[in-house]
Design a protein around this ligand. Structure first.
Ligand code: ATP
Ligand code: MG
Length: 201
């Protein structure tokens, strides 16, 4: 039988070991670079996380831009706020929504948004870029994958980019630095709850 003192001692040792490992890993991470983040998967929270990153940047006085590749039916709460803080933004105004299935107008709208995205990816003064729902544009062939990869590769060295959307192409995942897959365990919609202001948009 181990007594309470021994348990405390063992706990302390385990914690010390963990601290040592964490400290070593922190000491080893010395590089700075512009990161490519991908937030993909079927669960809720991808765009919210992307907007969260932009908010974090703006809160530090950094310059950010947002391109939304799908026009939602509702205005976006985060965008309303971030616009007031000088964030550059472009939302696909016409063309692609889940409702339209017109390849020509969808492609034109996607290309227009992509042109705006490329401007941000060429601009050294922009610290953080959110390409919200870009993954679908690549999946549907509205924007060329190789073009996306080239633009990402040639962007300013210190610029951070966040890409959100389901089913991200594996080649984008390969070049990303940090990739998170949001998994759905439950969603209110499945129980007949409609989208809620402040939660879903
Ligand atoms: P959010 O914008 O809330 O962060 P998201 O970006 O992860 O969500 P999208 O695939 O872009 O998710 O879909 C946006 C809309 O679809 C939101 O209204 C969201 O609540 C809803 N949604 C997201 N995931 C699910 C799901 N697993 N089942 C049903 N609806 C979902
Ligand atoms: Mg989204």
């Amino acid at each position: 039988m181990i007594d309470d003192n021994q348990k405390k001692e063992n706990h302390k040792k385990r914690q010390q070991k963990i601290k040592e490992n964490v400290d070593n890993r922190i000491a080893a991470a010395t590089e700075d670079k512009g990161l490519l983040l991908v937030i993909t998967g079927n669960g809720k929270g991808k765009s919210t996380a992307g907007f969260g990153v932009v908010t974090r940047s703006v809160g530090h006085g950094l310059k950010a831009g947002i391109i939304q590749f799908i026009k939602g039916t509702w205005e976006c709460g985060e965008l309303n706020l971030l616009k007031q803080h000088g964030v550059i933004h472009h939302t696909m105004k016409t063309g692609f929504t889940w409702e339209t299935q017109n390849k020509e107008s969808d492609t034109a709208a996607a290309q227009l948004a992509w042109t705006e995205a490329k401007k941000l990816l060429n601009d050294e003064s922009i610290n953080t870029v959110l390409l919200d729902e870009l993954t679908y544009m690549v999946t549907y062939g509205y924007i060329d994958l190789e073009e996306v990869l080239t633009a990402l590769e040639n962007r300013p060295a210190m610029q951070h980019v966040v890409i959100t959307g389901r089913a991200c192409h594996r080649k984008i995942i390969e070049v990303a630095d940090t990739v998170s897959e949001v998994q759905s365990l439950k969603h209110a919609f499945d129980n007949g709850i409609r989208v809620q202001k402040g939660i879903d948009w």
